[in-house]
Design a protein around this ligand. Structure first.
Ligand SMILES: Nc1ncnc2c1ncn2[C@@H]1O[C@H](COP(=O)(O)OP(=O)(O)O)[C@@H](O)[C@H]1O
Ligand SMILES: [Mg+2]
Length: 161
């Protein structure tokens, strides 16, 4: 019986980055993370931390791949950072190689994953960010599948430091 859900309040950009880093340190290869929440909620900030947790070298600056749709970074596992904000139609998923990276052993983090058709992702960790106010966010994680459950378990077991 794994823990399937966790909610964390962060009170600054750094805390969200730190949660991303902690998540990145505890990921199994092949994990897919869907990121949803309004513009400016902190999806990219979270991925910046995720990259640090995956040992992506510091000289890579992570920005939203809003126009390129996918950015790729070397790390302990390969990180694919996807942003579907500007995706026009589903045929484009093939063009950007989405099917292929989802099947890879890398980590795939998808901003605006709510643009995907329902049931497109099978196993994934859903991360939703709600804006409370200028500095506070509620970050909800829900596991869909074993990798996500393991991850949530590891995050809960470890001290918040
Ligand atoms: N607790 C917080 N977590 C994340 N970002 C925060 C937080 N508080 C304020 N911010 C601000 O919110 C913005 C988040 O931007 P970004 O990560 O690019 O969002 P998104 O990718 O969801 O559009 C940044 O300007 C950041 O400084
Ligand atoms: Mg973004």
């Amino acid at each position: 019986m794994g823990n399937r859900q966790i909610q964390i309040i962060t009170n600054s950009l750094d805390e969200t980055r730190f949660l991303g880093k902690k998540t990145g340190k505890n990921l199994d290869p092949g994990t897919v993370l869907s990121l949803t929440g309004d513009l400016g909620s902190g999806k990219t900030t979270f991925v910046q931390g995720l990259a640090r947790g995956l040992d992506v070298p510091d000289n890579y600056y992570i920005t939203s791949p809003t126009y390129t749709l996918i950015n790729e970074y070397p790390g302990r596992y390969h990180l694919f950072h996807v942003d579907l904000y500007r995706i026009e139609n589903h045929a484009d998923f093939d063009d950007i190689g989405l099917y292929e990276i989802l099947r890879s052993d890398g980590i795939t983090a998808i901003e605006w994953a709510d643009k995907l058709p329902q049931d497109f992702l099978q196993e994934y960790l859903a991360i939703h960010i709600d804006i409370f106010n200028d500095e506070s966010r509620k970050i909800s994680m829900a596991a869909h599948g074993l990798r996500g459950e393991n991850l949530i378990k590891r995050i809960m077991e470890k001290k918040w430091d």
